[in-house]
Design a protein around this ligand. Structure first.
Ligand code: KG4
Ligand code: ZN
Length: 335
C-alpha cells in the first residue's frame, strides 16, 4: 500500500480536501465561506449549505492537483468531530459514500488531535520530540494537551467557556471590525500601545481558561467610554486592539508556562488558527530562552485544513483503526 489518502474536513466554515501519500501532502484545497462575514460570525445552517455546494468541486480539484485518480485512493478520512453537526454531516456523508462505492477503508478523525498532528506532516521543518505540550488555540477551542504519542494525548486544561479565537473575534465585533476579527486585531495592534488599557481575564484553576469575563469587561468598558465620546473606538482602535491582544496572549502564556514548570516537559508546540497571531508567536518562541524547543506549523496547516485530517488518518491506519459505515459525527467529540 502506497498509503494514498483522501481526507475531508468540514467541521466549521471551511470545506477542505487533501491528498496525502506517506505523510507527504500532494494537495490541500480549501474553500472559504465568505457568506458569514455579513452576520459577524458563523451561521451553522448557512455553513452546511455552503459545504454542500463546495464539497464536490473541492474534492475534484484536490484529486486533479495531486494528479491522483479516484482508482488510486486507498483510504477515505473525514472529520468526525468536534464541530457543527450540520457541517460535519456533509463531510461524513460524502466520505462514507466514496468509501462504500469504492470499497475503501473509512477513517474517522478527531479535529483537535488533527490540529496537533499537523506537526508531523512531512514538509514541516522539524517534528516535535515526544512527549510535548501543545497549546491548541482556535475559534472554537483552547486547550493545553500533553502529547505522549501520535495516538495517546491527554488534555491538561481547556477553556470553560469561550475560545481564545472567539474572544478575538467578539472583541473585534464590538469595535465594528468585520468577521473574523482576529487577524485584524493583530494587524491594528502593531501600531498600538498595549499598556494603555487594562482588561482582566478570569483566573481559573489548574490549566483551565475562561475568556467570557474578558468579553463582558470589554463590552461594558466600550459602552461607558462611547457614552462620553461617540468616537472613542475610532480614536483609540490601535491601543484597544493592542491591549486586548496582550490580555489574551498573557492569559495563554501564563498557563502554558505553568504546565512547562509542573510537567518538566520542554518540547512545546502551537496549533490552531490563533497560532497565526504575531504576539502569541513571539511570546511562544521566547520560551526558547528558557531552554525549551518550540514548534509552530506552517500557516497553511494552522487554520482548518484537510491535510491535518490526512496526517491523523495516516497514524490511525498504521494502528488499524478503521471506522464502520454506521459511524456518525460527534459534535462534542473529546480528545
Ligand atoms: O483553527 P481555525 O482556522 O478555525 C477553528 O477551528 O476555529 O481558527 C480560526 C480562528 C478565528 O477565531 C480567527 O479570528 C483566529 O483563528 N485568528 C487569529 C489570527 N488569525 C486567525 N486570531 C488572532 N490573530 C491572528 N493573526
Ligand atoms: Zn480547527
Amino acid at each position: 500500500m502506497k498509503g494514498c489518502i483522501l481526507a475531508i474536513e468540514s467541521s466549521c466554515d471551511e470545506t477542505s480536501a487533501a491528498i496525502m501519500i506517506n505523510r507527504e501532502v500532494k494537495s490541500n484545497l480549501i474553500a472559504n465561506q465568505t457568506i458569514h462575514a455579513d452576520y459577524g460570525g458563523v451561521v451553522p445552517e448557512l455553513a452546511s449549505r455552503e459545504h454542500q455546494k463546495n464539497i464536490l468541486p473541492v474534492v475534484d480539484q484536490a484529486l486533479k492537483k495531486a494528479k491522483v485518480s479516484i482508482d488510486e485512493l486507498e483510504a477515505i478520512a473525514y472529520t468526525k468531530g468536534p464541530g457543527l453537526l450540520g457541517s460535519l454531516l456533509v463531510g461524513s456523508s460524502f466520505a462514507k459514500g466514496i468509501a462504500l462505492s469504492r470499497n475503501l477503508p473509512l477513517i474517522e478523525v478527531n479535529h483537535m488531535k488533527a490540529h496537533i498532528l499537523a506537526h508531523f506532516i512531512k514538509d514541516e521543518n522539524k517534528e516535535p520530540e515526544l512527549p510535548f505540550l501543545c497549546l491548541t488555540v482556535s475559534g472554537g477551542h483552547t486547550q493545553i494537551v500533553k502529547v505522549k504519542s501520535q495516538l495517546d494525548m491527554e488534555v491538561l486544561g481547556e477553556t470553560l467557556d469561550d475560545a481564545a479565537g472567539e474572544a478575538f473575534d467578539k472583541a473585534a465585533k464590538m469595535m465594528n471590525l468585520p468577521y473574523p476579527g482576529g487577524p485584524l486585531i493583530d494587524e491594528l495592534a502593531k501600531k498600538g500601545n498595549e499598556d494603555r488599557f487594562k482588561f482582566k481575564v478570569g483566573e481559573m484553576e489548574g490549566y483551565n481558561f475562561s475568556f467570557s469575563g474578558l468579553k463582558t469587561g470589554i463590552l461594558y468598558f466600550l459602552r461607558d467610554e462611547v457614552k462620553k465620546d461617540p468616537d472613542f473606538i475610532e480614536k483609540n482602535k490601535a491601543d484597544l486592539c493592542a491591549s486586548i491582544q496582550k490580555s489574551i496572549v498573557d492569559a495563554l502564556m501564563l498557563k502554558l508556562n505553568k504546565a512547562v514548570k509542573d510537567t518538566g516537559i520542554t518540547h512545546l508546540a502551537l496549533a490552531g488558527g490563533v497560532s497565526a497571531n504575531s504576539k502569541l508567536r513571539a511570546a511562544f518562541t521566547e520560551l526558547e530562552e528558557k531552554a525549551c524547543t518550540c514548534y509552530i506549523p506552517k500557516f497553511e496547516y494552522c487554520t482548518d485544513n484537510a491535510a491535518m485530517i490526512a496526517i491523523a488518518a495516516h497514524y490511525l491506519i498504521e494502528s488499524g483503526e478503521i471506522a464502520k459505515q454506521a459511524s456518525a459525527p460527534e459534535p462534542r467529540m473529546k480528545i
